[in-house]
Structures are given as structure tokens and as C-alpha cells.
Write a protein that binds this ligand. Sequence first.
Ligand code: HDE
Length: 749
Amino acid sequence: MAGRPSHENPNAGEPFIPGRPAPEAPPVEEPTTPREPLPPKQDQSGPEVYSATGESADIDPAVWAQTGGRLTTAQGLRLYDTDHSLKAGERGPVLLQDHHLREKITHFDHERIPERVVHARGAAAHGVFRGYGTASQICKAAFLGKDVETPVFVRFSTVLGSRGSADTVRDTRGFATKFYTSQGTFDLVGNNIPVFFIQDAIKFPDVIHAGKPHPDREIPQAQSAHDTFWDFVSLHTEATHHTIWAMSDRAIPRSFRTMEGFGVHTFRLVDEQGGTTLVKFHWKPRLGVHSMTWEEAQITGGMDPDFHRRDLADAIEAGAFPEWELGIQTFPDNPEQTFEGIDLLDPTKIVPEEWAPVQPIGLMTLTANPSNFFAETEQVAFHPGHLVPGIDITDDPLLAGRLFSYIDTQITRLGGPNFAQLPINRTHAPVNDMNRDGMHQTAVHSGVAPYRPNSLDGGCPFLAGAAEGAYVESPVTVPQATKVRAAPASFSDHTSHPRRFYLSLSPVEREHVIAAYTFELSKCYEPSVKERQLRVLADIDTELCAAVAAGLGLPAPKPSGPLPDVAPSPALSQLGRSWPTDGRVIGIVADETSDLAALATLRGTIHDGGMVPLVIAPHGGELAGTGGSVVTQRTFANARSIEFDALLLAAAPGVGSDAYGARDAKAGLHTGSGGIDPRVLLLVSEAYRHAKALGAWGPGADVLAAAGCPQDAAGVVVADDPGSVFGRVTELLAEHRAWDRFPAGASVG
Ligand code: HDE
């Protein structure tokens, strides 16, 4: 075959005669034309794969380990017993020769891998990204082209907690997306907060050591409400902007589906002609940005620590596919790398959307849950350096350190350098690298020349031209400079951006920030830490500082100088807009006395509106009564307000309406106000307290009164027929909460 070197020994067949020179082999030149990779030599091809039933199994890793209907060992031997160890007699000692026992236990002993050092707890989903083509003028990445569809895998995470910690803790959320593009993998490894605690990667171990549990007792888990965290951030004031976001409602999202995502760093886009534009990436959720209240988040941590991962999986399973638009803020690629005076290389700064609007460039839809948590969600390995042609990095010093860190951490976490071969990490583009061997190598590489230049493997693999190659540097001039360990002067403004954030929030959102600082600092033992953090707050906003100081019972310090004069950025507030209500969960309190025919119709209406109706009844199974029967999804014993976005009351269930309640009532353990089941009253009063929409008809209105919820309060709807009650409740849901119910100036959970 032309251009293909022979693997045969050129001397084969020639008799060996000592002293006689070997026949001259034809000269082997370095080939100049690329071709397909070499087929494996006979002795290099992998074994044929057979299933336990003896059929040749597909090499697809999703299938080969579970072929055949019989239990086998890892070596494919069929087993007749896996419940008893081999023993010398029924009551005798277990024998070491039991290979199946040893193999089974040994594998089990090694089932766990180290959890991620940060972002250990996460949940993920598969989906698709469709480019709008609107970025193609400034970016040559193929996946951004009009209507180009690219498979994606997205992992959401908390940062501080261990793998088994709760979902709803106050924390930053990771938002990492792997785009399996035709040109290779692009990872956008972002967060739901657009800034970071530090400006230089060298500080990452410090901030994480401060945020993780105290090293002596390993408490508290998954929280920043402790001395070491506040010690660090009060001393290291570049953390102030991220910290105020973490004290806002952004850090307790209602759902992964209602979070924004941010690339944080400034990236550089490159067009077909080599022109460059600086950008910041944003993910905008179609359902809007919504949060829990702090009290809800805390209750949820106990009632349902898996709340966010359950919500994501349930929504996808129900066909309510979560969607985000990818958008970019664009800035001219000027030598200063600034926009309107804001240093674009400083990851503690943002550019207000009012100054540089977010322009949509594509839509991501999550359509499938992982089949296996370990193989996919746990083994996925992201890296901010996984870039495709058209997307490049900037000199943000935080990003530089990340480019090193992510491969390094996978080598420990995934046990070696071959993690890119794990099914979830495999690129969808053809791979022909010259990496060889190493722990967990699963490829059976062919050829003899994994080096360049070579002639023995036909010069393969060949290089791409600069036009289609990746990691082609934009000709950015690096200024003549002296080596220093220092940051530019612009990096030392630590107050104007957090101040803008605070001033951009609505009064109720500011109250939440005040409550969060007060709660977290009240958990610190060291007075000096609290006092120092109050001094930081004094430089952000006088009202904020005074309110937190009052809550802590400490004097409010004076600011160190005049407060910066900044204009608010209304886009930073979560309030003031209406959003789709898809996937919202509506609890309906009912019992046998409810009009069940009307209830069945209502359930249908809610379903048709893309929402989830859950009937909450005294017992499981079915409610049977006037107008037929209705299946119940929750009981008074297992329902808690945190699960519902709105509550509808179709009955006023009395005390002792189920077996447990009856027993308690008999024992005199509780009585509900107005004779109403106290668990129903708790449900309603919590929903009221958390400013959720409440609707009632018929006897349901009595529950409102007994739970202390005025019928004329904001977000409370009472009418005669369920249909009109629900219609109004839907409008309220579009605003997420009845915000007016939170009294301005009062600290709310
Ligand atoms: Fe990460 N980060 N990070 N980070 N990060 C990791 O990589 C690191 C930073 C982010 O779902 C680790 O694979 C350094 C910013 C997400 O698997 C590790 C610095 C942003 C995830 C690591 C940062 C992030 C990680 C741990 C400072 C937002 C989870 C496991 C220079 C833009 C990805 C792993 C997933 C994970 C290092 C800062 C986002 C140790 C050194 C800023 C979403 O490599």
C-alpha cells in the first residue's frame, strides 16, 4: 500500500550467512501525506470480547460489562453461589482458597475514590446545546454556528461540603458544562456567582482551608458560618465581593434550574480572520433566578438533603427540560484589558449588564439523567483549559492557576493520567494522540512510533494546519516587564463592587443579606473576627453595617473613608420580573370531605399548565368521597412546606384525621387551633411565613384563619371555585413569592 511502511523484517526469508552484509533496505523517508491510523499488527490487537453467553460482545462500555443473563466473576466465569463463603464444613473456618470471596470483597474494598477536594457534592445531566450563530462573527468555534447541535454534560455542585452533605446549604454553586463539539471538547467550568474570593490562584489553598471544617473537630460541615472562614475573609478583603454574593439569596437557590451561571474570568474569542474580542460568559435560566429563604434552606437540609438533585432529576424525568441561554458580554480587546475603567483581568469584578448587555448566542436544554452516578457524575473531569479553536484564555492570574490544577487533581482522584478515556470524558472528535501507557490505560494502541517526526508509522499522526488547529496563540504582546510577586493597583479596590451589589438589591433582598451576615457572624466565637468583619461592612454600606452590628450586639464601626459613589445595576436583583411557572410544585390539602370531582379537574388544570400537583391527605392511597376518588401523593405525616411553591386548601382537616394524629390527640399531645390538625397548620403557617402563594375555597378558608394568615394579605387568595383561585395563584407564582408579605425593615429568614 502506497506510503505505508512494511512491518515485516526486511531480512526475512534471506538465509543468514556470517560476514555477508545484509541486503540493503530501501530508504525510508518521512512521509508527507496523512492517512488513517495503522491497523494493529497481529500481535498488538486486543483480545476479542465475548459475553458470558459466548457471543461476541460489542465493545461499547455501556454494554460489555453487563452482557449475558448469568452472574459471573470479573473473569467471566459463571457462578453457582454468591451467598456463602467456602468453608471447611458448615460450622468450620472460611477457606482462603475461595477466589470468588476474595475477588468480591477486594473489589468492594476499593469501590470508593477520593472525593473532589472542592465541589465534592454534585448532580449532573445530559443535554444538547444549539448555537444561534450570533457569535459566529466574532468566534470561529464550530459549535456556536447557527443551529449546530452539540451534546453536553452539565454538573452542578456545592463547593465546601463533602460528597454526602446537604444540597441546600449556603454556598456558591458550581456550574460546569462539557461541550462534546465536533472539534474536540470545550469545558466551561463556571459558578453561579460571577466573581471569586481571590485574585490569584496561589491563594486558593488558603481560602479553601479557611472555608472547610475546622481541622481539629472537623465541624461545621458544608458551611461558612464559622471562625476560620470569617477570619480569612475579614483579613483578605479582596474576598468581600464574593462574600456578599454568598450572603445573598444567590447562595441558596430554589433549584439548579433557577440559577444563573458565569464563566467568571474574561475569555478571548477569535474570529476566522484572527480578530479578537474579550468576553464574559453568562448562563441565563429560562425559568428565572429564584432562591429559597434561609429558613426553608435549613429545614430542607434536614427534611430532604437531596432536594436539588431530586428536583433536577424529577424535572427531566417529567419532561420539564431545564433550559439556559448562553450569553456573552463583549469588550474590545484593548492593551489595558479594561472596560469603562473596570479591570477585566480581575476576577473579583463584574461589568454591569446595563453597560455591556448580555447577548444570547445559544440555548442549552438538559434532556436526560445519568444512568450511573459514579460512571458519569463522579468520574466526569472538567478543565478550564479544554478549549476549542475560537476560544482562548486571558492573563487573569486566577485562571492561570486553574489551568494547572484541574489535570493535576484528576491524577489523584481518578487514579492516573488516562481519565480522558473514561466514557463520560471521551471527546466525540477522533483522537490520535501520542500519549501512551500509564495507570488504567484501556486503549490498545497500534503502531510502533508514538513520536514525531517518524517514518516508521507512515509519519502518523500528522499535524493540522494553523487554520484548523487548536491552541494557536493570538499574537498578544506581553509587555516587557520585571519579574514580581505583585498585583496591579486596580486589584486593590475591594469595596466599590460589593457596594454596587448591595445597592442594586431590593429592600427585601437587602434584609436577607443583613440576616445572613448576622446569622453567620453570630456563629463565630472570636469577638475580634466579628469586629473586623464589621469594619469591612462599614466600608460597603452604613445601613448594612449598623444592622448587622445591632444583630450581633456590637457597636457599628465608622467607615475608613468616604464610601465609593457607585450607580446600582438593577439586573443584579432577582425581583421585579415575571417568569414561566413550569415545574412548580403545588400542594393541595384535601380530605374525604373535599369536592373530589372538582379536585380531579384542578389536578388536570395544573398538569396542563406544566406544573406538578401533589394532593396532601390524612393518609396514603386514595381519598374517596363526594364526586369520586383521588390518589394522594403526600400525607400530613410526611409533607413539609419546603416542598411546595404554593399551597391550595380544599379542606379543613380536623385533629386526629389519621391514625397517628388520632393517637396523639388521645394522648393529649397536641390540639390544633380551631380543631384543625396541627401538622396542616404548620404547613400553612410556614408557607405563609416564606411568602408563598396560598389559595383556599370552601372550608379551606378556615385553615387560613386558624393558621394566623389574614385573607387580605399579599399572596393569599380566597374564592368560591378552585379554578379562579388557581388562576390567581399562577400569576403569583410567576413572581416566585408574594414579596410584599415580607415586611420591609424586618429580618426575615
Ligand atoms: Fe475550581 N477546582 N478552582 N473554580 N472548580 C475544582 O477540579 C481550582 C475556581 C469549579 O463539577 C477542582 O476536578 C483552583 C473558579 C467548578 O467536577 C480543582 C482555583 C471557578 C468545579 C479546582 C479554582 C471554579 C471546580 C476540584 C483557583 C468558577 C467542579 C475537582 C485558581 C469559575 C467541577 C476538580 C466538577 C473544581 C481548582 C477556582 C469552578 C481542585 C486552583 C474561579 C464548577 O482542580
